[in-house]
Design a protein around this ligand. Structure first.
Ligand code: NAP
Length: 294
């Protein structure tokens, strides 16, 4: 048996198309153009690629991108001053500070300085608390993408046994909160979990957000389960050229699972689409308009 491949690229392209239409209507009917400020500090090559990809997607959706590239020597007060300016700028609906930040800057203090209504990454403690309390919030993009992919397989997630491996604030915890809000029965596993393979074998829906290449093996997966692989890991490929693999041994998972996200082409494209969705939602909320559901 071979599992169904959950085609994140196509699902994300479809969502981006609907967002672009909504942005067009917002501009035409209300004269509002959502804008996102993307702040990059330093010259981490991976961050530069992410930021370029995000800014391109923002422009393609008909939104404005305000790029701020700061030197690696930027101090925390300097960055927080920029955040305050962006908070006050009405053309900026969303603020994204690309992580990681250089070591002299405390990321938590910077995130806390972002106006929560412009926190399109959904990392502000106020948005995290609202999500945990079941209140409307700007929710982190990758977790939102994971849930949309799971819902492309299951009409409803209610009652499913969901296991999330990973408990980071940016992926594991918010995925678990979103799945709970969908009425799944959620287990959060982590590096101290006893007998992780057995815990995973109980999952109808398995989300791996670990950062360890191909750690989840085929015999950890319940036959027919849905597997969402968040991991992005660089490993040596043929001829020494690096290749990207997920946290799940993909070929093995394909033999056992019911549906699997590929890496690349699964969760990654959804993250960008959900960033656009958050920016659109933020712009609508800031202008007193109903927040589009999509
Ligand atoms: P993170 O902050 O490093 O968290 C990793 C989590 O995995 C931690 O909770 C850790 O447990 C757990 N873990 C580590 N080793 C484990 C083990 N041997 N057994 C069980 N659990 C283990 O990473 P993250 O930021 O959440 O990211 C996770 C992965 O997703 C990374 O590969 C990252 O690149 C990828 N990612 C992808 C996207 C995307 O758009 N596709 C976005 C964000 C992240 P403890 O808490 O006990 O240490």
């Amino acid at each position: 048996m071979s599992a169904r491949i959950i085609d994140g690229k196509t699902i994300a392209a479809d969502l981006r198309g609907r967002i672009t239409d909504a942005v067009h209507r917002l501009r035409r009917d209300r004269g509002i153009v959502p804008g996102i400020a993307v702040v990059l500090v330093g010259d981490n090559p991976a961050s530069e690629v992410y930021v370029r990809t995000k800014s391109k997607a923002v422009a393609e959706a008909g939104m404005r991108a305000f790029d701020h590239k700061l030197p690696a020597s930027t101090s925390e007060p300097e960055l927080i001053t920029l955040i305050s300016e962006l908070n006050a700028n009405e053309e900026v609906s969303g603020i994204l500070v690309q992580l990681p930040l250089p070591k002299q800057i405390d990321a938590q203090r910077v995130i806390a300085a972002i106006d929560p209504s412009k926190d399109v990454d959904g990392f502000h403690p106020l948005n995290a608390g609202r999500l945990a309390s079941g209140l409307p919030a700007l929710v982190p993009c990758t977790p939102m993408g994971c849930v949309l992919l799971a819902k492309s397989v299951h009409k409803s997630l209610a009652g499913l046994a969901a296991v999330v491996i990973g408990r980071s604030n940016i992926v594991g915890k918010p995925v678990a909160q979103l799945l709970l809000a969908e009425n799944a029965t959620v287990t959060i596993a982590h590096s101290k979990t006893n007998d992780l393979p057995a815990v995973c074998r109980g999952a109808d829906l398995l989300v791996a957000a670990i950062g360890r290449a191909e750690m989840v093996r085929g015999d950890w997966i319940k036959p027919g389960a849905t597997v969402i692989d968040v991991g992005i890991n660089r490993v040596p490929g043929e001829g020494g050229k690096p290749r990207i693999v997920g946290d799940v041994a993909y070929a093995e998972a394909m033999q056992v699972a019911g549906a699997v996200t590929p890496v690349p082409g699964g969760v990654g494209p959804m993250t960008i689409a959900c960033l656009l969705l958050n920016t659109l939602r933020a712009a609508c909320a800031q202008n007193g308009l109903p927040v589009p559901k999509m």
